[in-house]
Design a protein around this ligand. Structure first.
Ligand code: ZN
Length: 675
């Protein structure tokens, strides 16, 4: 549960600490459809890497692409079949490509690609096709019957009987992840992580496995699907002989090649462990891998490849498959190293009850990386910061690794230049100037602090179940990390360690954060809907709580100017105090496992939307034409071989467009059978 997703479309701003030299003519914009903009990112420095690192990155990018089908199937049981069908129609279509139905079909396919399935990656709502069912049926009927992606023994009519309501009926599989604790969150979620079981049955199943006295528990359910078989609840594990075996076999093949050119022995060792885990599905081995991985800070090339984040599981247990392939950005890493080396100081001075602080912060390592490939659940929409491993006891005993994806953040910022966002939403010129000057660096520092210190801070009281906060766990954990970051952004310590040069710089991030949490992030929500996604709930919770507690001292207000709503911060120091108070309370909730208090906070501040303000924000955004969500396509890597089949160089290319890339992935990396 450790990642940051960019909160708003960043506005134009000066880059305070630009790291790598970028191509000034690099074209970031790739495609636009529905509420999405697709960008590409540059990979500065790749061409100058030593050959073994280029080889390793190449093998890791193959391992990353090999797992793509897994996330599609995890996101919904019909996703792979539907993707094959849609791509088949798209590539064999002979009719009028300017017709309304075809245009709507193309938009839908692009949305489905972006969501890795039928649901929106962020709102979790099912996409609504804008072409007619008749059009769709006619296209399926026009296909060569031999090319239909039928299940074993299935006829075309049987397939259509299943898929038509799944695609066209808005009430069927309406939500990928339902977090409404008043309902059975398993039965009402469309994801494919459970089958035929109720929430109560799943909870009972895991409670029977969990031993509260176990100080080093495995991450229960991380790599399995819970099903009912002959009336008995059981887990089907993801491993080479189990679920997703064909994809996992390919991942293992490429990981093994990467291992042979690894930077050092420590890295070879953790890749071996990861392969062993993929073979056996044994979560003890995954813990052993995670420890070795967290402790390896010497390697320049690094990667994540596995079942990692559990946002797509309403109970927060099963990991969605993802991969990040990257290498270290050495100059920019000086910033995060300065923060990480003071981790104990930050922990000791944090505004929480001393019982909830970590007496010994273990090995928080932090670096800035250049992303080379995003895959699985991290593609096309990805995080800008990651902190892993997620296991609480491993983090406490062995530390964690925190990374900031600087080339991705830069791509966001560059692609936003001149979009008019500040002019529309920032209250005055002085604040806007402050944002221009300091938002880029304070945003980066916020990510660094959130990942490197925020998630790593604090401890549970003995015997507290790490899953005690249930469906609010992710929201409250993100709030805790954000509050920690916000609190320290305003601390003179950051000037002392040389990562900021102005004691007022933090105000840029404070203003943006509150404006986003109270107003601008509503652009991502459809009229009439609640806030659902954990990071968005967290941001609204913090901003709305601070506003509510500013009533007396007027530290922060919402004001009207020319009929438009603006956030006005009158006293930044008082806002910081409130942030410290809320951090203290949320840390208490986490440390004590106080579900009731956590649920009250989330429900009171994080979920509901003021419909009038919501409409105003949507109208103001509409005038700007800034898409609410963005994601990326990857560069292509082309290996150059000598006559003996050895890779002698790897070229990087940026020529594909969104559709090209998705169709290529569908052609080259459809590794799981439709079943
Ligand atoms: Zn986080």
């Amino acid at each position: 549960m450790k990642k940051i997703i960019p909160g708003i479309a960043l506005s134009a701003m000066t880059i305070f600490s630009a790291s790598a030299v970028q191509d000034p003519n690099f074209n970031y914009h790739v495609d636009n459809f529905a509420d999405i903009e697709v960008l590409r990112y540059e990979v500065p420095g790749f061409a100058n890497l030593p050959l073994n690192q280029k080889q390793m990155l190449y093998y890791l990018t193959q391992a990353a692409q090999a797992g793509r089908d897994i996330i599609w199937d995890q996101n919904g049981r019909h996703n792979l079949q539907i993707r094959h069908l849609l791509e088949n129609i798209y590539t064999s279509y002979k009719g009028d490509k300017d017709s309304k139905d075809f245009k709507a079909f193309e938009k839908y396919l692009k949305q489905v690609w972006f969501g890795n399935g039928l649901h929106h990656h962020y709102s979790n709502d099912k996409y609504a096709p804008e072409f007619s069912q008749d059009f769709f049926v006619a296209q399926v009927n026009a296909l060569d019957p031999a090319t239909l992606p039928l299940l074993e023994g299935q006829t075309k009519d049987e397939m259509m009987a299943v898929l038509l309501p799944v695609i066209f009926d808005p009430t069927v599989m309406a939500k990928k992840v339902n977090q409404d604790g008043s309902q059975d969150v398993i039965a009402t979620s469309a994801g494919n992580l459970y089958d035929g079981v109720t929430q109560a049955e799943v909870e009972e199943y895991y409670n029977a496995l969990k031993n509260p006295a176990d100080a080093t528990p495995i991450s229960y359910g991380l790599n399995s699907k819970v099903v009912k078989k002959d009336g008995k609840i059981t887990e089907l594990h993801y491993n080479v002989d189990g679920l997703y075996g064909p994809a996992i076999a390919k991942i293992i093949y490429w990981l093994d090649k990467a291992k042979q050119v690894a930077d050092n022995d420590a890295q070879k060792e953790y890749i071996t462990k990861l392969i062993d885990f993929y073979i056996t599905g044994d979560l003890r081995l995954f813990d052993e891998y995670s420890i070795l991985w967290a402790e390896d800070t010497a390697s320049d090339v690094d990667f994540v490849n596995g079942f990692i984040e559990s946002y797509n599981d309403p109970l927060g247990m099963t990991g969605s498959w993802e991969s990040y392939v990257n290498f270290k950005d050495v100059p920019s890493s000086k910033r995060t190293e300065a923060i990480a080396s003071n981790a104990q100081w930050f922990e000791d001075h944090s505004p929480v009850d001393p019982r909830f602080r970590k007496p010994n912060v273990k090995g928080v390592s932090a670096k800035v990386i250049t992303a080379a490939m995003l895959a699985g659940d991290a593609f096309p929409a990805c995080a800008i910061g990651i902190n892993l491993p997620n296991s609480a006891w491993i983090r406490a005993a062995h530390g964690s690794k925190s990374v900031t994806l600087e080339n991705i953040t830069e791509a966001y910022a560059e692609a936003s230049k001149g979009n008019g966002f500040n002019e529309e939403f920032v209250i005055d010129k002085a604040t806007s100037d402050l944002l221009d000057k300091y938002l880029y660096i304070t945003d980066m520092l916020h990510t660094d602090l959130h990942e490197c210190l925020g998630h790593a801070s604090g401890q549970l009281l003995p015997g507290v179940d790490p899953d005690a906060l249930k469906e609010n766990g992710a929201t409250l954990e993100e709030a805790r990390a954000d509050l920690f970051a916000l609190y320290y952004l305003a601390d003179p310590k950051l000037l002392e360690i040389g990562v900021l040069d102005n004691p007022d710089a933090y105000k840029a991030e404070y203003y943006k954060y509150m404006m986003n949490g109270l107003m601008t992030q509503l652009n991502r929500i459809e009229p009439g809907k609640d806030v659902e996604e954990a990071h968005m709930r967290n941001r609204q919770l913090i901003a709305a709580w601070v506003l509510d507690h500013s009533k007396k001292n007027k530290a922060m207000e919402v004001v009207k100017k020319n009929g438009k709503t603006f956030v006005k911060i009158n006293d930044y120091a008082k806002v910081r105090e409130l942030i410290g108070q809320l951090l203290g309370e949320i840390q208490r909730i986490k440390s004590e496992g106080d579900y009731e208090a956590g649920n009250k906070l989330v429900q009171k501040y994080g979920v509901k939307v003021d419909p009038k303000l919501h409409k105003e924000i949507l109208d103001r955004y509409a005038g700007l034409n800034i898409p609410p969500y963005r994601g990326f396509i990857n560069p292509e890597y082309v290996a150059v071989y000598d006559d003996n089949g050895n890779i002698i160089d790897v070229k990087i290319e940026y020529t594909e467009d969104y559709t090209d890339q998705m169709l290529r992935l569908g052609r080259d990396w459809s590794v799981l059978p439709v079943e």
